[in-house]
Design a protein. Structure first.
Ligand code: SAH
Length: 365
């Protein structure tokens, strides 16, 4: 940001807002997460939060097998790129590519990652990978097999709030020694789809322009280069209202406005909007399935049994990890898997009509 570089982000935001007025929630979230991810490894039990690939190797293995299956059915093109958005510690990529290799798929590895700290950890597992700051520099010469797990939720959202005077952007303003949300001055009605404009006062609608542009670019590349992808995240399958902005620190939910840059800020992903954007960009939308149904469809139970048979002492741990990934009250319903493919590519496993559940089921409470 332009306002001084010293001190905590909180102090910088306070100086900025005092000097120029309230900032948008999107500005706040974008800078907070850039600061948060730049210098730390937030994953795992010792960090702030844990993700599916860190819970069990089964998650990455099954996603890798899904990609390998798509690749085989598409005729097993000789050159192909594995692209992962926000690979974290590289755990998902390790598990996915180990499983894919057993199925004959050995792609070139392309990582989109902005965090220097996480790039360093990824480099240890994948010394031969190529890193990108965003999707624009990804190679264009071969099909892409893409995975993004808990990537879109970290991208900044814009919030619009209905006031007595119409729709306004939701801003972050100063309070005595903290921050408080307040409606902005500028009319924003044009940013709200007409069907939603009549919502009651106080209604909050979120959009994520960054996620939309990422999915647009993925779709355009699938259309131009061929390939397929899986986008996994927590979110809702049908449009909803209300703020989903949340902050997690040391495995506990905290106030998103307490310490910007020191907690992971996320918002739920609007999967219906993502499917629309993907199709407008030229990709085939294969479906959006609850994570539990998707992993069961790919055979997570059989995989858990095989792992437990090979390591009986860990059977209980393996069973518990599977439960965490698929049980409806854990990650099984709130998390969704969206499948995308190039127009000429085949359909994908796990998105049959019986597991697709695209019509607003499994929404977060
Ligand atoms: N996919 C991993 C990590 C999820 S955390 C897992 O499932 O464990 C979010 C990841 O996205 C981190 O690697 C983070 O550094 C990266 N990231 C966050 N915002 C980003 C951005 N704007 N551009 C690129 N990478 C980003």
């Amino acid at each position: 940001m332009s306002e001084g570089t010293g001190g905590t982000l909180k102090a910088q935001f306070r100086r900025l807002i005092a000097a120029t007025g309230p900032i948008g929630v999107m500005h706040y979230m974008g800078e907070a997460n850039a600061r948060y991810y730049a210098a730390r490894d937030p994953l795992g039990t010792a960090g702030d939060f844990i993700t599916a690939p860190e819970i069990s190797q089964m998650f990455g293995e099954l996603l890798g097998l899904w990609l390998a299956d798509m690749w085989h059915r598409a005729g097993a093109p000789a050159r192909v790129h594995y692209v992962e958005l926000g690979p974290g510690r590289g755990t998902l990529a390790s598990d996915a590519l180990r499983a894919a290799a057993k199925a004959g798929l050995n792609p070139e590895v392309q990582f989109v990652e902005t965090s220097d700290a996480l790039r360093e950890i990824q480099r240890q597992a994948f010394p031969g990978a190529t890193w990108h700051h965003d999707l624009s520099t990804l190679p264009t010469d071969a099909p892409i097999l893409l995975i993004a797990n808990e990537f879109l939720d970290a991208l900044p959202i814009r919030q619009l709030v209905k006031t007595s005077g119409g729709w306004r952007e939701r801003m972050v303003a100063l309070e005595e020694d903290g921050f408080v949300c307040a409606a902005g001055q500028k009319p924003m009605d044009a940013a709200i789809p007409e069907a939603r404009r009549d919502a009651p006062e106080g209604t909050i609608v979120e959009t994520c322009p960054g996620a939309a542009s990422v999915i647009r670019e993925v779709a355009e590349r699938l259309a131009a280069q061929g390939g397929a992808g899986l986008i996994v995240d927590y979110g809702y399958a049908a449009p909803q209202t209300g703020s989903t902005l949340q902050a997690v620190r040391a495995h506990r939910k905290v106030d998103p406005f307490a310490d910007p840059g020191e907690a992971d800020l996320t918002a739920h992903v609007d999967f219906a909007a993502m499917a629309d954007v993907a199709q407008a960009g030229g990709a085939r939308w294969l479906g959006t399935a609850p994570q539990g149904a998707f992993l069961r469809g790919l055979g997570i139970e059989a995989r858990a049994q095989a792992l437990a048979a090979a390591a009986p002492a860990q059977a209980a741990e393996i069973g518990a990890a599977m439960e965490r990934l698929v049980a409806p009250e854990q990650m099984g319903e709130l998390f969704k898997v969206m499948g995308l493919a190039a127009p000429g590519w085949p359909g994908g496993a796990g998105f049959a009509a019986d597991v697709a559940g695209q019509s607003g089921e499994g929404e977060p409470g």
